[in-house]
Design a protein around this ligand. Structure first.
Ligand SMILES: Cc1cc2nc3c(=O)[nH]c(=O)nc-3n(C[C@H](O)[C@H](O)[C@H](O)COP(=O)(O)OP(=O)(O)OC[C@H]3O[C@@H](n4cnc5c(N)ncnc54)[C@H](O)[C@@H]3O)c2cc1C
Ligand SMILES: NC(=O)c1ccc[n+]([C@@H]2O[C@H](COP(=O)([O-])OP(=O)(O)OC[C@H]3O[C@@H](n4cnc5c(N)ncnc54)[C@H](O)[C@@H]3O)[C@@H](O)[C@H]2O)c1
Length: 442
Protein backbone atom coordinates (compact mmCIF):
# COMPACT_ATOMS: atom_id res chain seq x y z
CA UNK A 1 0.00 0.00 0.00
CA UNK A 2 1.43 3.38 -1.08
CA UNK A 3 1.42 6.08 1.60
CA UNK A 4 1.05 9.75 0.59
CA UNK A 5 0.49 13.03 2.39
CA UNK A 6 -1.24 16.26 1.27
CA UNK A 7 -2.56 19.53 2.69
CA UNK A 8 -6.04 18.79 1.39
CA UNK A 9 -7.77 15.58 0.35
CA UNK A 10 -11.08 15.67 -1.51
CA UNK A 11 -13.37 12.65 -1.89
CA UNK A 12 -15.49 12.98 -5.04
CA UNK A 13 -14.78 14.75 -8.34
CA UNK A 14 -18.20 16.32 -9.00
CA UNK A 15 -18.78 20.05 -9.48
CA UNK A 16 -18.43 20.74 -5.74
CA UNK A 17 -15.18 18.76 -5.26
CA UNK A 18 -13.62 20.18 -8.41
CA UNK A 19 -14.45 23.79 -7.46
CA UNK A 20 -12.78 23.23 -4.07
CA UNK A 21 -9.74 21.51 -5.62
CA UNK A 22 -8.96 24.25 -8.15
CA UNK A 23 -9.51 27.07 -5.65
CA UNK A 24 -7.35 25.38 -2.97
CA UNK A 25 -4.59 24.69 -5.48
CA UNK A 26 -4.59 28.31 -6.61
CA UNK A 27 -4.31 29.36 -2.97
CA UNK A 28 -1.13 27.29 -2.60
CA UNK A 29 -2.33 24.01 -1.07
CA UNK A 30 -1.19 20.56 -2.19
CA UNK A 31 -4.35 18.71 -3.20
CA UNK A 32 -5.33 15.10 -3.88
CA UNK A 33 -8.71 14.12 -5.31
CA UNK A 34 -10.22 10.63 -5.24
CA UNK A 35 -12.99 9.40 -7.55
CA UNK A 36 -14.54 5.94 -7.68
CA UNK A 37 -16.80 6.18 -10.73
CA UNK A 38 -16.93 8.88 -13.43
CA UNK A 39 -14.59 11.89 -13.33
CA UNK A 40 -16.71 15.04 -13.17
CA UNK A 41 -19.45 13.40 -11.09
CA UNK A 42 -23.19 13.40 -11.70
CA UNK A 43 -23.78 16.62 -13.65
CA UNK A 44 -21.72 16.16 -16.82
CA UNK A 45 -21.99 12.34 -16.98
CA UNK A 46 -25.50 11.36 -15.87
CA UNK A 47 -27.25 14.56 -14.81
CA UNK A 48 -27.68 18.12 -16.06
CA UNK A 49 -25.54 18.12 -19.20
CA UNK A 50 -26.73 14.92 -20.92
CA UNK A 51 -30.29 15.98 -20.10
CA UNK A 52 -29.73 19.36 -21.75
CA UNK A 53 -28.42 17.63 -24.87
CA UNK A 54 -31.62 15.59 -25.11
CA UNK A 55 -33.57 18.81 -24.55
CA UNK A 56 -31.98 20.49 -27.57
CA UNK A 57 -33.99 18.19 -29.86
CA UNK A 58 -37.11 18.55 -27.71
CA UNK A 59 -36.97 22.37 -27.81
CA UNK A 60 -36.55 22.41 -31.58
CA UNK A 61 -39.42 19.98 -32.06
CA UNK A 62 -41.68 21.89 -29.69
CA UNK A 63 -41.08 25.11 -31.60
CA UNK A 64 -41.60 23.44 -34.95
CA UNK A 65 -44.91 22.09 -33.72
CA UNK A 66 -45.96 25.52 -32.43
CA UNK A 67 -45.22 27.08 -35.83
CA UNK A 68 -47.16 24.54 -37.89
CA UNK A 69 -49.26 26.48 -40.41
CA UNK A 70 -47.85 29.70 -38.98
CA UNK A 71 -44.90 29.74 -41.33
CA UNK A 72 -43.60 26.19 -41.11
CA UNK A 73 -44.88 23.10 -42.88
CA UNK A 74 -43.81 19.63 -41.89
CA UNK A 75 -42.41 18.70 -38.55
CA UNK A 76 -39.27 16.73 -37.74
CA UNK A 77 -39.18 13.79 -35.39
CA UNK A 78 -36.66 12.70 -32.79
CA UNK A 79 -34.35 9.86 -33.73
CA UNK A 80 -33.62 8.66 -30.19
CA UNK A 81 -30.59 6.43 -30.92
CA UNK A 82 -28.95 9.25 -32.91
CA UNK A 83 -29.73 11.76 -30.16
CA UNK A 84 -28.24 9.35 -27.62
CA UNK A 85 -25.11 9.00 -29.75
CA UNK A 86 -24.73 12.80 -29.64
CA UNK A 87 -25.17 12.73 -25.87
CA UNK A 88 -22.59 9.95 -25.58
CA UNK A 89 -20.08 11.85 -27.70
CA UNK A 90 -20.30 14.67 -25.14
CA UNK A 91 -20.09 12.34 -22.13
CA UNK A 92 -17.12 10.40 -23.55
CA UNK A 93 -15.13 13.63 -23.69
CA UNK A 94 -15.77 14.51 -20.03
CA UNK A 95 -13.20 12.21 -18.42
CA UNK A 96 -10.22 13.21 -20.61
CA UNK A 97 -11.16 16.88 -20.19
CA UNK A 98 -11.38 16.63 -16.39
CA UNK A 99 -8.15 14.61 -16.09
CA UNK A 100 -6.31 17.09 -18.31
CA UNK A 101 -7.58 19.98 -16.16
CA UNK A 102 -6.40 18.26 -12.97
CA UNK A 103 -3.01 17.45 -14.48
CA UNK A 104 -2.49 21.00 -15.77
CA UNK A 105 -3.32 22.36 -12.32
CA UNK A 106 -1.02 19.75 -10.70
CA UNK A 107 -3.80 18.28 -8.59
CA UNK A 108 -3.07 14.62 -7.77
CA UNK A 109 -5.93 12.32 -8.83
CA UNK A 110 -6.54 8.77 -7.67
CA UNK A 111 -9.16 6.35 -8.93
CA UNK A 112 -10.80 4.13 -6.32
CA UNK A 113 -13.33 3.89 -3.51
CA UNK A 114 -12.25 6.11 -0.60
CA UNK A 115 -13.07 5.50 3.03
CA UNK A 116 -11.72 6.86 6.28
CA UNK A 117 -9.55 4.61 8.42
CA UNK A 118 -8.95 7.17 11.17
CA UNK A 119 -9.31 10.90 11.94
CA UNK A 120 -7.07 12.14 9.11
CA UNK A 121 -6.42 9.15 6.86
CA UNK A 122 -8.37 7.78 3.93
CA UNK A 123 -7.65 4.50 2.16
CA UNK A 124 -8.37 3.18 -1.31
CA UNK A 125 -7.33 -0.26 -2.59
CA UNK A 126 -3.87 1.03 -3.44
CA UNK A 127 -3.25 4.10 -1.30
CA UNK A 128 -3.24 5.29 2.29
CA UNK A 129 -3.63 9.06 2.09
CA UNK A 130 -3.10 11.39 5.02
CA UNK A 131 -4.20 15.01 4.75
CA UNK A 132 -4.29 17.98 7.13
CA UNK A 133 -7.87 18.63 6.01
CA UNK A 134 -10.47 16.57 4.15
CA UNK A 135 -13.48 17.60 2.11
CA UNK A 136 -16.26 15.08 1.60
CA UNK A 137 -17.91 15.81 -1.77
CA UNK A 138 -19.42 12.39 -2.49
CA UNK A 139 -22.81 13.60 -3.78
CA UNK A 140 -26.04 11.63 -3.78
CA UNK A 141 -27.56 8.60 -5.51
CA UNK A 142 -31.18 7.78 -6.43
CA UNK A 143 -33.34 6.87 -3.42
CA UNK A 144 -34.47 3.23 -3.50
CA UNK A 145 -38.03 2.33 -2.61
CA UNK A 146 -38.99 -0.90 -0.96
CA UNK A 147 -42.25 -2.29 -2.35
CA UNK A 148 -42.73 -5.60 -4.20
CA UNK A 149 -41.11 -5.19 -7.62
CA UNK A 150 -39.38 -1.88 -6.81
CA UNK A 151 -36.12 -3.42 -8.04
CA UNK A 152 -37.65 -3.61 -11.54
CA UNK A 153 -37.61 0.20 -11.84
CA UNK A 154 -34.77 2.02 -13.57
CA UNK A 155 -33.33 5.33 -12.32
CA UNK A 156 -32.31 8.66 -13.85
CA UNK A 157 -28.97 7.30 -15.04
CA UNK A 158 -30.70 4.36 -16.76
CA UNK A 159 -33.02 6.81 -18.52
CA UNK A 160 -30.09 8.91 -19.75
CA UNK A 161 -28.57 5.74 -21.22
CA UNK A 162 -31.73 4.31 -22.86
CA UNK A 163 -30.80 2.84 -26.24
CA UNK A 164 -34.42 3.11 -27.48
CA UNK A 165 -37.36 5.15 -26.29
CA UNK A 166 -40.11 2.68 -25.31
CA UNK A 167 -43.65 3.16 -26.63
CA UNK A 168 -45.04 3.50 -23.13
CA UNK A 169 -43.05 4.83 -20.16
CA UNK A 170 -43.91 5.54 -16.51
CA UNK A 171 -42.18 7.94 -14.11
CA UNK A 172 -42.65 7.71 -10.36
CA UNK A 173 -42.15 11.12 -8.69
CA UNK A 174 -43.44 14.60 -9.57
CA UNK A 175 -40.25 16.54 -8.78
CA UNK A 176 -37.47 17.83 -11.02
CA UNK A 177 -36.46 14.56 -12.62
CA UNK A 178 -39.92 13.03 -13.13
CA UNK A 179 -41.20 16.22 -14.77
CA UNK A 180 -38.16 16.88 -16.97
CA UNK A 181 -37.88 13.30 -18.20
CA UNK A 182 -41.65 12.93 -18.73
CA UNK A 183 -41.51 15.92 -21.09
CA UNK A 184 -38.47 14.61 -22.95
CA UNK A 185 -40.14 11.20 -23.38
CA UNK A 186 -43.35 12.77 -24.66
CA UNK A 187 -41.53 14.68 -27.40
CA UNK A 188 -39.51 11.57 -28.23
CA UNK A 189 -42.81 9.85 -29.08
CA UNK A 190 -43.67 7.80 -25.97
CA UNK A 191 -46.99 7.58 -24.19
CA UNK A 192 -46.12 8.92 -20.73
CA UNK A 193 -47.55 8.33 -17.24
CA UNK A 194 -46.31 10.44 -14.33
CA UNK A 195 -47.24 9.21 -10.87
CA UNK A 196 -46.77 11.38 -7.82
CA UNK A 197 -47.86 11.18 -4.22
CA UNK A 198 -48.48 14.93 -4.06
CA UNK A 199 -51.67 16.66 -5.15
CA UNK A 200 -49.51 18.83 -7.45
CA UNK A 201 -46.14 18.72 -9.19
CA UNK A 202 -43.01 20.60 -8.11
CA UNK A 203 -44.07 21.47 -4.59
CA UNK A 204 -41.09 23.83 -4.07
CA UNK A 205 -42.08 26.07 -6.99
CA UNK A 206 -44.59 28.92 -7.44
CA UNK A 207 -47.83 26.93 -7.54
CA UNK A 208 -49.61 29.58 -9.62
CA UNK A 209 -47.17 28.89 -12.44
CA UNK A 210 -47.05 25.16 -11.70
CA UNK A 211 -50.81 24.99 -12.53
CA UNK A 212 -50.07 26.40 -15.99
CA UNK A 213 -47.23 23.96 -16.36
CA UNK A 214 -49.44 21.01 -15.39
CA UNK A 215 -52.08 22.18 -17.87
CA UNK A 216 -49.48 22.23 -20.63
CA UNK A 217 -48.32 18.69 -19.79
CA UNK A 218 -51.91 17.41 -19.72
CA UNK A 219 -52.68 19.18 -23.04
CA UNK A 220 -49.68 17.39 -24.52
CA UNK A 221 -51.29 14.09 -23.52
CA UNK A 222 -49.06 13.23 -20.56
CA UNK A 223 -51.09 11.34 -17.99
CA UNK A 224 -50.46 12.70 -14.47
CA UNK A 225 -51.69 10.55 -11.60
CA UNK A 226 -51.75 12.79 -8.51
CA UNK A 227 -52.12 11.59 -4.90
CA UNK A 228 -50.85 8.20 -5.96
CA UNK A 229 -47.96 5.84 -5.71
CA UNK A 230 -46.99 2.38 -6.96
CA UNK A 231 -47.77 -0.50 -4.60
CA UNK A 232 -46.52 -3.39 -6.75
CA UNK A 233 -44.72 -3.95 -10.06
CA UNK A 234 -44.77 -7.34 -11.77
CA UNK A 235 -42.96 -8.41 -14.93
CA UNK A 236 -45.43 -9.62 -17.57
CA UNK A 237 -43.76 -10.87 -20.77
CA UNK A 238 -41.88 -7.83 -22.10
CA UNK A 239 -43.86 -5.34 -20.04
CA UNK A 240 -44.49 -4.36 -16.45
CA UNK A 241 -47.82 -4.52 -14.66
CA UNK A 242 -48.04 -1.44 -12.42
CA UNK A 243 -50.48 -1.62 -9.51
CA UNK A 244 -51.30 1.80 -8.09
CA UNK A 245 -52.36 2.80 -4.60
CA UNK A 246 -55.74 3.93 -6.00
CA UNK A 247 -56.47 0.28 -6.83
CA UNK A 248 -56.07 0.53 -10.62
CA UNK A 249 -53.38 -1.15 -12.70
CA UNK A 250 -51.96 -0.93 -16.22
CA UNK A 251 -49.17 -2.28 -18.42
CA UNK A 252 -46.14 -0.18 -19.31
CA UNK A 253 -42.82 -0.84 -21.07
CA UNK A 254 -40.55 0.81 -18.52
CA UNK A 255 -40.79 2.37 -15.06
CA UNK A 256 -38.27 5.02 -13.98
CA UNK A 257 -38.06 5.98 -10.32
CA UNK A 258 -37.48 9.68 -9.55
CA UNK A 259 -38.43 9.94 -5.90
CA UNK A 260 -35.50 11.97 -4.61
CA UNK A 261 -31.87 11.24 -3.82
CA UNK A 262 -30.00 9.96 -0.79
CA UNK A 263 -26.50 11.00 0.35
CA UNK A 264 -23.32 9.01 -0.32
CA UNK A 265 -21.73 9.54 3.10
CA UNK A 266 -22.92 6.14 4.32
CA UNK A 267 -20.15 4.30 2.44
CA UNK A 268 -17.01 6.12 3.60
CA UNK A 269 -16.69 4.85 7.18
CA UNK A 270 -17.29 8.41 8.36
CA UNK A 271 -17.54 7.21 11.96
CA UNK A 272 -13.82 6.27 11.90
CA UNK A 273 -13.03 9.96 11.45
CA UNK A 274 -15.53 11.08 14.07
CA UNK A 275 -17.77 12.52 11.35
CA UNK A 276 -21.46 12.41 12.18
CA UNK A 277 -23.88 11.58 9.35
CA UNK A 278 -27.65 11.60 8.95
CA UNK A 279 -29.40 9.64 6.17
CA UNK A 280 -26.19 9.43 4.16
CA UNK A 281 -25.49 13.17 4.48
CA UNK A 282 -22.73 14.78 6.55
CA UNK A 283 -23.90 16.89 9.46
CA UNK A 284 -22.26 20.32 9.05
CA UNK A 285 -22.18 23.63 10.89
CA UNK A 286 -22.50 27.07 9.32
CA UNK A 287 -18.90 26.84 8.05
CA UNK A 288 -19.64 23.47 6.39
CA UNK A 289 -17.40 21.88 9.02
CA UNK A 290 -18.34 18.38 10.19
CA UNK A 291 -18.09 17.08 13.75
CA UNK A 292 -14.36 16.54 13.02
CA UNK A 293 -12.87 20.06 12.82
CA UNK A 294 -10.54 19.00 9.97
CA UNK A 295 -13.26 17.43 7.80
CA UNK A 296 -15.74 19.48 5.74
CA UNK A 297 -18.66 18.51 3.49
CA UNK A 298 -19.85 20.36 0.40
CA UNK A 299 -22.39 19.97 -2.40
CA UNK A 300 -25.18 17.42 -2.45
CA UNK A 301 -23.77 15.35 0.44
CA UNK A 302 -23.82 18.22 2.97
CA UNK A 303 -26.77 18.00 5.33
CA UNK A 304 -28.02 21.58 4.92
CA UNK A 305 -31.28 23.09 3.84
CA UNK A 306 -30.30 24.53 0.46
CA UNK A 307 -31.27 23.33 -3.02
CA UNK A 308 -28.92 20.60 -4.22
CA UNK A 309 -27.72 22.17 -7.45
CA UNK A 310 -24.46 22.66 -9.34
CA UNK A 311 -23.99 26.41 -8.67
CA UNK A 312 -24.60 25.78 -4.96
CA UNK A 313 -21.95 23.02 -4.79
CA UNK A 314 -19.51 25.21 -6.72
CA UNK A 315 -20.05 28.07 -4.32
CA UNK A 316 -19.61 25.86 -1.26
CA UNK A 317 -16.43 24.32 -2.71
CA UNK A 318 -14.79 27.70 -3.23
CA UNK A 319 -15.97 28.90 0.19
CA UNK A 320 -14.36 25.98 2.04
CA UNK A 321 -11.13 26.19 0.02
CA UNK A 322 -10.79 29.88 0.91
CA UNK A 323 -11.57 29.14 4.54
CA UNK A 324 -8.80 26.53 4.65
CA UNK A 325 -6.39 29.07 3.19
CA UNK A 326 -7.15 31.45 6.06
CA UNK A 327 -9.72 33.58 4.22
CA UNK A 328 -13.53 33.58 4.70
CA UNK A 329 -13.69 33.28 8.46
CA UNK A 330 -17.37 34.23 8.51
CA UNK A 331 -20.27 31.75 8.44
CA UNK A 332 -21.42 30.80 4.96
CA UNK A 333 -24.01 33.11 3.44
CA UNK A 334 -25.48 32.25 0.07
CA UNK A 335 -26.31 34.81 -2.59
CA UNK A 336 -29.74 34.45 -4.20
CA UNK A 337 -30.05 31.09 -5.95
CA UNK A 338 -31.82 30.39 -9.22
CA UNK A 339 -33.79 27.15 -9.60
CA UNK A 340 -35.00 25.94 -13.01
CA UNK A 341 -37.10 22.97 -14.07
CA UNK A 342 -36.25 22.24 -17.68
CA UNK A 343 -39.68 21.26 -18.96
CA UNK A 344 -41.49 22.45 -22.06
CA UNK A 345 -41.59 25.32 -21.25
CA UNK A 346 -39.51 25.90 -18.11
CA UNK A 347 -40.35 27.06 -14.63
CA UNK A 348 -37.72 29.13 -12.84
CA UNK A 349 -37.54 31.09 -9.63
CA UNK A 350 -35.17 33.00 -7.42
CA UNK A 351 -35.17 35.03 -4.22
CA UNK A 352 -38.21 35.47 -2.02
CA UNK A 353 -41.05 33.10 -2.96
CA UNK A 354 -44.35 34.55 -4.12
CA UNK A 355 -46.09 33.09 -1.05
CA UNK A 356 -43.59 34.79 1.26
CA UNK A 357 -43.86 38.04 -0.73
CA UNK A 358 -47.63 37.99 -0.33
CA UNK A 359 -47.35 37.28 3.40
CA UNK A 360 -44.98 40.23 3.81
CA UNK A 361 -47.29 42.58 1.95
CA UNK A 362 -44.87 43.06 -0.97
CA UNK A 363 -46.10 44.00 -4.44
CA UNK A 364 -46.28 41.16 -6.94
CA UNK A 365 -46.18 42.26 -10.57
CA UNK A 366 -47.81 39.55 -12.64
CA UNK A 367 -46.89 39.91 -16.28
CA UNK A 368 -48.45 37.93 -19.12
CA UNK A 369 -45.74 38.09 -21.76
CA UNK A 370 -47.03 35.70 -24.44
CA UNK A 371 -47.77 38.54 -26.86
CA UNK A 372 -44.49 40.41 -26.62
CA UNK A 373 -42.25 39.91 -29.63
CA UNK A 374 -39.72 37.51 -28.08
CA UNK A 375 -42.36 34.99 -27.07
CA UNK A 376 -44.96 35.65 -29.78
CA UNK A 377 -42.55 34.62 -32.55
CA UNK A 378 -42.59 31.01 -31.31
CA UNK A 379 -46.14 31.15 -29.97
CA UNK A 380 -44.68 30.41 -26.56
CA UNK A 381 -46.54 31.05 -23.37
CA UNK A 382 -44.73 33.34 -20.95
CA UNK A 383 -45.66 34.64 -17.55
CA UNK A 384 -43.35 36.42 -15.14
CA UNK A 385 -44.10 37.24 -11.51
CA UNK A 386 -41.84 39.74 -9.77
CA UNK A 387 -41.87 40.45 -6.04
CA UNK A 388 -41.01 44.04 -5.08
CA UNK A 389 -40.50 45.03 -1.47
CA UNK A 390 -41.70 48.19 0.26
CA UNK A 391 -38.51 50.04 -0.81
CA UNK A 392 -39.15 49.20 -4.45
CA UNK A 393 -36.34 46.59 -4.54
CA UNK A 394 -36.74 43.46 -6.63
CA UNK A 395 -36.58 40.62 -4.09
CA UNK A 396 -37.94 37.62 -5.98
CA UNK A 397 -39.11 36.35 -9.35
CA UNK A 398 -40.78 33.32 -10.82
CA UNK A 399 -41.04 32.63 -14.52
CA UNK A 400 -43.00 30.28 -16.76
CA UNK A 401 -41.43 30.55 -20.22
CA UNK A 402 -39.11 28.77 -22.59
CA UNK A 403 -36.29 31.22 -21.98
CA UNK A 404 -36.73 31.10 -18.21
CA UNK A 405 -33.24 29.70 -17.58
CA UNK A 406 -31.72 32.81 -19.20
CA UNK A 407 -34.29 35.36 -18.03
CA UNK A 408 -33.99 34.31 -14.38
CA UNK A 409 -30.33 35.35 -14.41
CA UNK A 410 -31.33 39.01 -14.94
CA UNK A 411 -33.38 38.80 -11.74
CA UNK A 412 -30.53 37.07 -9.87
CA UNK A 413 -28.30 40.03 -10.77
CA UNK A 414 -30.97 42.59 -9.88
CA UNK A 415 -31.55 40.98 -6.47
CA UNK A 416 -27.85 40.56 -5.66
CA UNK A 417 -27.15 44.14 -6.70
CA UNK A 418 -30.16 45.39 -4.72
CA UNK A 419 -31.70 47.07 -7.75
CA UNK A 420 -35.10 48.71 -7.65
CA UNK A 421 -37.61 47.76 -10.27
CA UNK A 422 -37.18 51.21 -11.83
CA UNK A 423 -33.37 50.86 -11.94
CA UNK A 424 -33.57 47.64 -13.95
CA UNK A 425 -35.13 49.69 -16.71
CA UNK A 426 -32.20 52.12 -16.85
CA UNK A 427 -30.00 49.78 -18.94
CA UNK A 428 -30.18 49.79 -22.72
CA UNK A 429 -30.57 46.23 -23.93
CA UNK A 430 -30.48 45.12 -27.55
CA UNK A 431 -33.96 45.13 -29.07
CA UNK A 432 -35.74 42.81 -29.59
CA UNK A 433 -34.15 40.37 -27.15
CA UNK A 434 -34.83 38.79 -23.79
CA UNK A 435 -32.95 41.67 -22.16
CA UNK A 436 -35.18 44.27 -23.74
CA UNK A 437 -38.30 42.42 -22.57
CA UNK A 438 -36.85 42.46 -19.08
CA UNK A 439 -36.25 46.20 -19.15
CA UNK A 440 -39.68 47.04 -20.52
CA UNK A 441 -41.87 45.68 -17.75
CA UNK A 442 -44.40 48.14 -16.46
C1 LIG B 1 -30.81 13.64 -13.69
C2 LIG B 1 -30.26 14.85 -12.98
C3 LIG B 1 -30.36 16.10 -13.57
C4 LIG B 1 -29.85 17.22 -12.91
N1 LIG B 1 -29.98 18.44 -13.51
C5 LIG B 1 -29.48 19.54 -12.90
C6 LIG B 1 -29.56 20.83 -13.53
O1 LIG B 1 -30.12 20.97 -14.62
N2 LIG B 1 -29.01 21.89 -12.88
C7 LIG B 1 -28.39 21.76 -11.65
O2 LIG B 1 -27.89 22.76 -11.11
N3 LIG B 1 -28.30 20.55 -11.04
C8 LIG B 1 -28.82 19.45 -11.64
N4 LIG B 1 -28.71 18.22 -11.03
C9 LIG B 1 -28.05 18.14 -9.71
C10 LIG B 1 -26.53 18.14 -9.88
O3 LIG B 1 -26.14 17.11 -10.74
C11 LIG B 1 -25.89 17.96 -8.51
O4 LIG B 1 -26.35 18.99 -7.65
C12 LIG B 1 -24.36 18.05 -8.59
O5 LIG B 1 -23.83 17.10 -9.47
C13 LIG B 1 -23.79 17.81 -7.19
O6 LIG B 1 -22.41 17.91 -7.22
P1 LIG B 1 -21.51 17.20 -6.13
O7 LIG B 1 -20.11 17.50 -6.51
O8 LIG B 1 -21.99 17.54 -4.78
O9 LIG B 1 -21.82 15.63 -6.30
P2 LIG B 1 -21.69 14.68 -7.57
O10 LIG B 1 -21.72 15.42 -8.84
O11 LIG B 1 -22.72 13.63 -7.37
O12 LIG B 1 -20.23 14.04 -7.42
C14 LIG B 1 -19.89 13.19 -6.37
C15 LIG B 1 -18.79 12.26 -6.84
O13 LIG B 1 -18.28 11.55 -5.72
C16 LIG B 1 -17.95 10.24 -6.12
N5 LIG B 1 -17.90 9.37 -4.93
C17 LIG B 1 -18.92 9.04 -4.11
N6 LIG B 1 -18.47 8.27 -3.09
C18 LIG B 1 -17.15 8.11 -3.29
C19 LIG B 1 -16.13 7.41 -2.57
N7 LIG B 1 -16.37 6.76 -1.42
N8 LIG B 1 -14.86 7.44 -3.07
C20 LIG B 1 -14.57 8.11 -4.20
N9 LIG B 1 -15.49 8.80 -4.90
C21 LIG B 1 -16.77 8.81 -4.46
C22 LIG B 1 -19.08 9.89 -7.08
O14 LIG B 1 -18.72 8.82 -7.93
C23 LIG B 1 -19.27 11.20 -7.82
O15 LIG B 1 -18.49 11.24 -8.99
C24 LIG B 1 -29.21 17.07 -11.66
C25 LIG B 1 -29.09 15.81 -11.07
C26 LIG B 1 -29.60 14.71 -11.72
C27 LIG B 1 -29.47 13.36 -11.09
N1 LIG C 1 -33.17 21.25 -13.20
C1 LIG C 1 -32.50 20.92 -12.10
O1 LIG C 1 -31.85 21.75 -11.50
C2 LIG C 1 -32.53 19.50 -11.61
C3 LIG C 1 -32.99 18.50 -12.43
C4 LIG C 1 -33.00 17.20 -11.96
C5 LIG C 1 -32.55 16.91 -10.68
N2 LIG C 1 -32.11 17.91 -9.89
C6 LIG C 1 -31.64 17.59 -8.52
O2 LIG C 1 -31.87 16.23 -8.24
C7 LIG C 1 -32.69 16.11 -7.08
C8 LIG C 1 -33.54 14.88 -7.16
O3 LIG C 1 -34.59 15.03 -8.11
P1 LIG C 1 -35.90 14.15 -7.94
O4 LIG C 1 -36.86 14.56 -8.99
O5 LIG C 1 -35.53 12.71 -7.82
O6 LIG C 1 -36.41 14.56 -6.48
P2 LIG C 1 -37.43 15.68 -5.98
O7 LIG C 1 -37.22 15.75 -4.54
O8 LIG C 1 -37.33 16.91 -6.81
O9 LIG C 1 -38.88 15.06 -6.26
C9 LIG C 1 -39.29 13.82 -5.75
C10 LIG C 1 -40.76 13.62 -6.09
O10 LIG C 1 -41.11 12.28 -5.81
C11 LIG C 1 -42.35 12.27 -5.11
N3 LIG C 1 -42.34 11.03 -4.32
C12 LIG C 1 -41.50 10.71 -3.31
N4 LIG C 1 -41.76 9.46 -2.86
C13 LIG C 1 -42.78 8.99 -3.62
C14 LIG C 1 -43.49 7.77 -3.65
N5 LIG C 1 -43.20 6.77 -2.84
N6 LIG C 1 -44.48 7.65 -4.57
C15 LIG C 1 -44.80 8.66 -5.41
N7 LIG C 1 -44.15 9.83 -5.44
C16 LIG C 1 -43.15 10.00 -4.55
C17 LIG C 1 -42.33 13.55 -4.29
O11 LIG C 1 -43.64 13.92 -3.92
C18 LIG C 1 -41.72 14.52 -5.30
O12 LIG C 1 -42.69 15.00 -6.18
C19 LIG C 1 -33.43 17.43 -7.02
O13 LIG C 1 -33.89 17.74 -5.73
C20 LIG C 1 -32.38 18.39 -7.48
O14 LIG C 1 -31.52 18.69 -6.42
C21 LIG C 1 -32.09 19.20 -10.32
Amino acid sequence: MKQINYDLGIIGSGPAGLAAAFEAKQLGQTVVMIEEYMWGGTCPNYGCDPKKILLSAVETLHREQALQNKGLVGSSMINWPALMATKQEYVDAVKPRKIKGLEQAEIEHIYGHAQFINQDTVATNEYQITATNWIIATGQRPRQLDFPGAELMGNSEDFLNLSDMPQDITFLGGGYIGVEFANISHFAGARVHLITQGSHLLSDFDQVLVREFEKEMLNNGIEILFDNTIDVIQKQDNQYLVKLSNGTSYLTDLVISAVGRTGNADKIQAEKAGVKTCDGHVVVDQYLKSTNSHVYAIGDVADNDVPKLVPVGNYEGRYVARQLAGQNQTPLEYPTMPQVVFGTPRIAQTGVSMVEAKNQGFTIKDLEMGNVITFFRYHDQARIRVAIDTNGLIVGASIFAFEAEELINYFVTAINMKRTFAETQANLYAYPSLGSEFSEFY
